[in-house]
Design a protein around this ligand. Structure first.
Ligand SMILES: [Zn+2]
Ligand SMILES: [Zn+2]
Length: 916
């Protein structure tokens, strides 16, 4: 047999071309961050982006598709992290090739094409291929003889090579309920010498027997049932095909190498690492695990950051951080001390950048984030690992051999040592970590710090009500086949009949004033929140006609509860709206125009950020509201006032240039190829809306479904109101435009004019005058302090006339109004100069609260007097406390009314101490 000599990139393309030639539409990989699916941390299979199609809530414009999907399996149920690097086949990131039929072709074609591609196009030896089909070990579900028969019909297929397996191997389910069906896998026998269990007498070498001789190449899933409960399967009217072929595996087979790491997709990464270490081949072979881990993790992190997942503390961002830190630690095992991972990432970008242009586009952000995170980790890793080594050392002597989860969490919280690294190190010493306790500690910390959980809830129940409504209306011919016509881009007012009214999740025929209702129309001009732009508000009303009084519903919100269903949510203001009434739906136009200004300004801001800060400043979040806009972007430090001024004036220059916006629908592929900015985590359709500004030289080019002004000049004015930090590496700018910007200017002017009028000067003179006034004030304050001091001295000198003699010792108690603590201390010194032997307690009232100092001369200290104790005793009735040295004590109190009484107690105290 001769295998074709193809590169990994060519093999991927050959797969796609094969299915393009058979009527399939190429669907680009969706982001690693699943769009709209809050239950999933990362896209982990090719079917994630088609889930809604299988569930029946989304209808694509094609019935056959082919794709190469970016996947991550690093957390949760499908978690291969610990196996990565220890063998040739497990990865955190991988690509899944697939062909899909949505109610179109079925087993016959799927099997014939799989056979044709593997044997005719790629020349794999027919005699070495095996197929598995489903046979229920519980006898409840029909055996898949249909698939088995099709296999046996393929030319050159050995009919004895069909094997049947049970539910675990050959039955696929999306979840506990929902779409499911039998699957059929194709395995390749690479020869008995490749069996890694030849020494195991229990081992019977064969397909699915857990050895390395039989490689699973391709899984064909036939979705023909809907599972309603544990025992009820209903046959689907439309059957689907979902296939998955791991790219790394097929490339290793076609390139005739034993390991995924030896393909031309991954081996260049190992070469880069070897160049960085300066290792010779033998050293590399001895340390192959760190090499593999670093190569795998470098590939994963490059794709993750390109999809906007930067290192952070929770959820996906935690995974991003963990992967970099784990790779960095494996780097230290092979002597890499400096940040190195970005160098490996560059190789990833070189190999994968043609097919995944987002890698090239986000190159700067990828490299910068990796290196910054590595450096951050280097600062603490040694301390963290040392601490862990100590703990493990103690543990080794104990009986449990399990590191408590709280300690593992503490290592993460204090030294940034991710659980996965702690686990690696513990495992290397034959010890374990209590991971459940770690997660509980992390969760407590997350709740305490107010951070959210990435796992949200899906509102599955309500989908049914609205899908049902949609089907009924479609059956009655009242609603188009693709559902409600959505056109927020044209007229803001339309006339339309009311199709349905829903109250408390039940359809009703008539609503009454005060009711909270949901209104379904066949079409709508109301925008539904998406891409950061908030939903429109407005009203749906029926004017009085022919003696009928008319009605009005105030529309407060919009939503899409199911595919093809858009509902207006609001309150009945007057009258009795009925299903079937003719109505006028009217968007609040002024509010909408405010929103449009903010949306277009957001695009300009995005552009100027990249101009002023650099290409790494990528959108990380956005809010487009009527009164303001908020834009989050990746940038590691605060934007300086100077940069902010540049950004703001740049946007205003764009506004003054009055560029006309070009809004064009294009195939997604074309837009991406032309360099349009796409958003992280967004799921884009085949045809996308593109917004371009700048003519003849376009400067802003974004994929965007939002509503925009016609010319940038419509924005009027753009003002930045705030710049702040949202998370590590992410900054936020808030700004206003149009009317809100004008209002802001007006308020500022009014404030300035008022200030000028109070100061009796012109607005231009205000800053200078204020500066002068502040200087004068500070001078005046100094004088006041000096005067107070003089006054206190005068007062003090006068009070010396009241010095009493107690048991032969001069004792002074005095109140010096307005003296601060410093003055009281100075007066205490003055007392000691006058009386080489004596006791003084001086008090004053500061902001209505008493403060006190007590002083005792050295000779009296020797006779048992203590200034600290004295002042404490005096302050007690004042509700305060104090203390100090034997010669000088200080106290404060609350109750000024008892001050005289408290001072009167001094003589008794001195007398009792001296007599004792
Ligand atoms: Zn074997
Ligand atoms: Zn936009």
């Amino acid at each position: 047999m001769t295998l074709p000599s193809l590169s990994g990139n060519e093999i991927r393309q050959a797969f796609i071309n094969f299915f393009l030639e058979r009527g399939h539409t190429f669907v680009p990989s969706s982001s690693l961050v699943p769009g709209g699916d809050q239950t999933l941390l990362f896209t982990n299979a090719g079917m994630v982006q088609f889930k809604d199609i299988f569930l029946g809530t989304d209808k694509p414009p094609y019935v056959r598709a082919t794709n190469s999907q970016k996947c991550m399996r690093v957390a949760g149920k499908h978690n291969d992290l610990e196996d990565v690097g220890r063998d040739d086949t497990h990865h955190t990131f991988f690509e899944m090739l697939g062909n899909w039929s949505f109610g179109d072709y079925y087993k016959k074609e799927a099997i014939a094409w799989a056979w044709e591609l593997l044997t005719d196009v790629w020349n794999l030896p027919k005699e070495n291929l095996w197929a598995t089909c489903f046979e229920d070990e519980r006898g409840e579900i029909e055996r898949d003889d249909e698939a088995a028969d099709y296999w046996r019909q393929q030319s050159g297929f050995d009919p004895t090579h069909v094997l049947f397996f049970g539910r675990k191997e050959n039955f696929w389910e999306m979840a506990e309920t929902g779409p499911c069906g039998p699957n059929s896998e194709i395995h390749l026998d690479i020869g008995p010498e490749h069996c890694n269990r030849q020494d195991d007498p229990e081992h019977i070498c064969g397909v699915n027997q857990g050895c390395s001789r039989y490689l699973e190449l391709w899984n064909l899933v036939f979705i023909q049932y809907n599972r309603q409960d544990a025992h009820t399967l209903v046959t689907l009217p439309a059957k689907h095909v979902d296939t998955g072929m791991g790219l790394d595996r097929i490339v290793s087979v076609l390139q005739g190498v034993d390991s995924n790491y030896m393909t031309d997709l991954l081996s260049p990464l190992l070469d880069t690492i070897q160049r960085l270490t300066g290792n010779i081949q033998e050293e590399k072979n001895l340390n192959i695990t760190p090499y593999r881990v670093i190569a795998d993790h470098a590939r994963a992190i490059t794709f993750l950051i390109a999809d906007g997942v930067v290192p952070g503390n929770t959820g996906r961002n935690y995974v991003s951080r963990m992967i970099i830190r784990r790779a960095a630690r494996f780097g230290t095992k092979i002597g890499l001390q400096e940040p190195f991972l970005a160098k490996v990432a560059e190789t990833v970008i070189r190999i994968y950048g043609d097919f995944y242009p987002e890698l090239r586009r986000n190159r700067a952000a990828i490299l910068e984030n990796i290196t910054r995170e590595e450096k951050r980790f280097q600062r603490t890793v040694e301390a963290g690992v040392n601490k862990l080594e100590d703990q493990l050392h103690q543990l080794a002597g104990s009986s449990t051999k399990i590191l408590p989860g709280e300690q593992a969490f503490d290592l993460y919280a204090t030294y940034g040592l991710p659980l996965e690294i702690t686990r690696d190190i513990a495992k290397e010493q034959g010890l374990g970590v209590d991971e459940d306790a770690f997660r509980r500690a992390l969760e407590r910390h997350r709740i305490a710090s107010g951070a959210g959980d990435v796992f949200g809830q899906m509102g599955d129940d309500e989908v049914d009500i609205y899908s049902q409504l949609r089907s009924e209306l479609q059956a009655q011919g009242k609603l188009a086949q693709d559902g409600v016509t959505y056109d927020p881009y044209g007229n803001l007012q339309i006339e339309s009949p009311v199709l349905s009214l829903v109250k408390d999740e039940r359809p009703i025929n008539e609503a009454h004033p005060g009711d909270q209702v949901e209104v379904l129309l066949p079409k709508t001009p109301f925008y539904v929140e998406a891409g950061g732009q908030v939903s429109d508000t407005g009203k749906i009303y029926s004017p009085p006609l022919d003696g009928e009084p008319g009605w009005e519903i105030r529309i407060e919100d919009m939503r899409k509860p199911a595919a093809g269903v858009i509902i207006h949510t609001g309150t009945v203001i007057s009258g009795h709206p009925r299903v079937g009434d003719q109505a006028i739906a009217c968007v609040d136009a002024q509010r909408r125009r405010d929103i449009m200004r903010n949306h277009t300004a957001t695009h300009l801001l995005h552009y100027q950020l990249r101009q002023v800060l650099g290409d790494h400043a990528l959108q990380a979040g956005s809010l487009v509201a009527p009164d303001r806009l908020r834009f989050d972007f990746t940038h590691s430090e605060a934007v300086t006032p100077d940069q902010l001024t540049h950004i703001e004036s740049g946007v205003n220059q764009n506004i003054l240039d009055n560029d006309r916006l070009q809004i064009v629908l294009k195939p997604l592929q074309q837009a991406i190829a032309e360099g349009a900015m796409a958003l992280f985590g967004e799921k884009y359709a085949e045809t996308v809306r593109t917004i371009t500004m700048g003519d003849p030289e376009p400067f802003s080019y974004e994929l965007c479904g939002g509503t925009h002004v016609s010319e940038t000049g419509d924005i009027g004015l753009f003002l930045i109101t705030n710049e702040s930090s949202v998370a590590a590496g992410i900054r936020r700018i808030e700004a206003v435009t149009g009317r809100a910007a004008y209002r802001l200017v007006q308020h500022r002017f009014q404030a300035l004019n008022q200030a000028a009028s109070i100061l009796d000067t012109s607005p231009e003179q205000v800053p200078d005058l204020m500066r002068d006034l502040l200087a004068e004030m500070s001078e005046a304050r100094k004088q006041i302090t000096a005067l107070r001091h003089d006054l206190a001295t005068l007062e003090f000198d006068r009070s010396l006339e009241q010095v009493k003699t107690v048991a032969g010792v001069p004792v002074l108690t005095s109140i010096l109004p307005g003296a601060d603590a410093e003055t009281l201390r100075q007066m205490s010194d003055r007392f000691r100069q006058r009386y080489p032997s004596g006791v003084a307690v001086l008090a004053s009232l500061l902001d209505g609260r008493p403060i006190l100092t007590a002083t005792v001369t050295e000779d009296l200290v020797e006779r048992g007097l203590h200034a600290g104790e004295l002042v404490k005793a005096v302050a007690r009735p004042l509700g305060g406390g104090g203390g100090g040295r034997p010669t000088l004590g200080q106290a404060g109190g609350k109750d000024a009314g008892k001050l005289n009484q408290a001072l009167a107690s001094v003589t008794d105290w001195v007398e009792s101490k001296l007599k004792a």
